[in-house]
Design a protein around this ligand. Structure first.
Ligand code: CAA
Length: 259
């Protein structure tokens, strides 16, 4: 499929890569871009060969937020009634394969929110994260006020949301927003290596692990523990569990099914 605002490729057959591509606007997330992103994610989700997806931007910007030019004239009826801005943002949450955000440069506003919707974030040392919406007279609208405090705690989330300041990659790693920080020129190597590792694991176990960690992030502890237990039990019905444990006992590498 031909896309205008993103680029799509596969890497090593099992990894899907989506690159946001509106360089002149620092990858501002217009409604049209979000539609394309949703289509590309769904296509990789449906492709049996793909085990993990990497979402990235440019060196200068992962994404500088929702498109302010497009939003400037919107009324309450447009954004609430027609849900213009965030209508196509939910697709990524329905993707069951892991999505890694490889972030360099600005990840601001909706860009930070999009990165947080991914399963984990690997940051280049030039990455800068923030929720500057307050400076535009609005608040984050794609989950920022909810996911940021869960990721970095109330104090830092309040600081970022109320002052609109940016935090650099080191601060983001210390705060727990990103899983690793790497030199800019190593960002894609690191993200692709992680994606390749994940895509080599048993597909059902990967899906179950993602579901369980999201449950911890989104719901109460008791529910999450019970949910995890049920899926843990269920994985004993898979061939990958037999293979993984047999291989360990036999001191050989496992041959997972990848489906
Ligand atoms: N929307 C539309 N265009 C944007 C944009 C955005 N979010 N961010 C940057 N651009 C455009 C600029 O208008 C500029 O275009 P022109 O060359 O045509 O003038 C181009 O990208 C380059 O930007 P700058 O010249 O500003 O670059 P800079 O290096 O001086 O500054 C920046 C970079 C600090 C990221 C600055 O561009 C900036 O502050 N951008 C806005 C960030 C922001 O407020 N994001 C939140 C948006 S609201 C939101 O996301 C709502 C939500 O929760 C869903």
């Amino acid at each position: 499929m031909a896309y205008e605002f993103i680029q799509v490729r596969t890497e090593g057959e099992r990894v899907g890569v989506i690159t946001l591509n509106r360089p002149k606007q620092l990858n501002a997330l217009s409604p049209a871009l979000m539609v394309e992103l949703g289509q590309a994610l769904k296509a990789f989700e449906a492709d049996e060969a793909i085990g993990c997806i990497v979402l990235t931007g440019s060196e200068k910007a992962f994404a500088a937020g929702a498109d302010i030019g497009a939003m400037a004239t919107y009324t309450f009826a447009d954004v609430y009634g027609d849900d213009y801005i965030t209508r196509d943002w939910e697709t990524i949450r329905s993707i069951r394969k892991p999505v890694i955000a490889a972030v360099s440069g600005f990840a601001l506003g909706g860009g930070c929110e999009l990165a947080m919707m991914c399963d984990f974030i690997i940051a280049a040392d030039n990455a800068r994260f923030g929720q500057p919406e307050i400076k535009l007279g609005i608040i984050p609208g794609a989950g920022g006020t909810q996911r940021l405090p869960r990721a970095v705690g109330k104090s830092k989330a309040m600081d970022l949301a109320l002052t609109g300041r940016m935090m650099n990659a080191d601060e983001a790693e210390r705060a727990g927003l990103v899983s690793r920080v790497v030199p800019l020129d190593k960002l894609m190597d690191e993200a692709l290596a992680a994606a390749l590792t994940i895509s080599g694991m048993g597909r059902l176990a990967v899906m179950a692990a993602k579901e369980c960690v999201n449950r911890a992030f989104e719901g109460p502890l008791a529910d999450g523990v019970m949910f995890e237990r049920r899926l843990f039990h269920a994985l004993f019905a898979t061939e990958d569990q037999k293979e993984g444990m047999d291989a360990f006992v036999a001191k050989r590498a496992p041959q997972f099914k990848h489906r």
